[in-house]
Design a protein around this ligand. Structure first.
Ligand code: SF4
Ligand code: SF4
Length: 359
């Protein structure tokens, strides 16, 4: 592992990469336009899963188990681009599976960048070095590297030794090459607060834009169901994790209203229709965590009939869900109607964040 120990949080150009202002202004303009047209439900972030295969088998991952019969399926480039354009959201979060395994991921990402979508590519970091040769840095691209703790905890979470070291090396290399980089951490009952806090400080010192956090969703296909937090347990864990003493030196990418929600200080109803997820089997219906069916067109995800049946208090499977895709987006939609909350988001420079990452 070759982490620079300068503690400045700066890359080799002497700068911490920053989220571009254009992201906030574009998203604000996009929301305003949709509202003026009277659209109640519309996408903020397209979640694109161009494959479900992975080079890891993390213990909390539902995807590699749910899509076992189609793990070898690679989404054609045209189909991936068509899904993003059909959704029309200005932000695209690419996940899977491990996106860097897709043999034509560079074509997908480079085309989306050319078309000025803001792309967040979620990766475990193992193949990042290889793929960086084919995708130049851009303000429209941010690598989001999965880290669930320091070495012992992360390697335990991904069920393989040595992955932490490779992921941290990949982060350092991406920063040195001038890419925007974030990290993404899923929090489980087995997570250790001191260990996570140390990791958040370490990556902030390295110069990442920020760390995204959320509790893991209790995917019914995951082998160990005891690892997932209940809603009340999540509140208590995030209260400790986000306590100023524990979070000193960390930089969180999530917006402050979502962090308050994680601590149980605010309640929101899920707005997961704003993060439609396109997979090798079509659009997941109703949402990123649940796929009771797959449908052909994104517009099939916006019917009120669906959202009468899903969300907190409406469906038992939603009871413990606090994921970005449902609730960070909800903070944005609620803030649009609440000037005080909107000011909070603008001040934090995070009015753009609509639940970008997978978990
Ligand atoms: S959580 Fe991500 S890295 Fe881990 S097995 Fe699933 S897709 Fe792969
Ligand atoms: S709360 Fe929302 S995002 Fe979570 S499982 Fe239910 S519908 Fe999906």
């Amino acid at each position: 592992m070759t982490v620079k120990e300068n503690g400045t949080g700066e890359n080799r150009n002497g700068k911490r990469a920053k989220r571009p202002l254009e992201l906030s202004t574009r998203l604000a303009g996009y929301i305003l336009k949709k509202k003026l047209k009277g659209r109640g439900k519309f996408p903020l972030v397209t979640m694109l899963e161009p494959l479900e295969m992975c080079n890891l088998a993390c213990i909390g991952c539902g995807r590699i188990r749910e899509y076992k019969p189609v793990l070898d399926k690679m989404m054609p480039v045209d189909e991936a681009l068509a899904a993003v354009r059909e959704s029309g959201a200005p932000i695209v979060s690419i996940a899977g599976g491990e996106p860097t395994i897709h043999p034509r991921i560079d074509e997908i990402i480079n085309t989306l960048i050319e078309e000025k979508y803001f792309v967040y590519c979620c990766t475990n970091g193992l193949l990042l070095e290889r793929i960086m040769d084919k995708i130049p840095p851009s303000k429209y691209l941010c690598w989001v590297v999965h880290l669930d703790g320091m070495e012992e905890k992360h390697d335990e979470s991904v069920d393989r030794e040595g992955v932490f070291t490779k992921a941290v090396d990949a982060i350092q290399s991406a920063l040195d090459h001038g890419y925007r980089v974030c990290t993404n951490s899923t929090v489980f009952r087995t997570s250790d607060i001191a260990d996570l806090s140390e990791m958040f400080r370490m990556v902030a010192d390295m110069g990442v834009e920020g760390s995204m956090i959320s509790p893991g969703f209790d995917f019914e296909d995951a082998p160990d169901q005891d690892m997932f937090l209940t809603r009340n347990e999540s509140h208590s864990l995030f209260q400790q994790l986000l306590d100023p003493e524990n979070s000193e030196g960390a930089i969180f990418y999530n917006n402050p209203l979502y962090l308050n929600f994680l601590k149980g200080e605010r309640e929101y109803q899920c707005t997961a229709w704003s993060n439609p997820t396109y997979t090798v089997m079509g659009w997941r219906k109703p949402c990123y965590p649940l796929a009771d069916e797959h449908v052909e067109h994104v517009k099939e995800l916006f019917d009120q009939d669906i959202w009468d049946k899903y969300g907190v208090g409406k469906n038992p499977r939603c009871g413990n869900c606090m994921m970005h895709c449902g609730f960070e987006s909800a903070t944005i939609f609620t803030a649009v109607k609440t000037p005080k909350d909107w000011v909070t988001l603008i001040k934090a420079g995070s009015a753009h964040k609509g639940g970008i990452t997978a978990a």
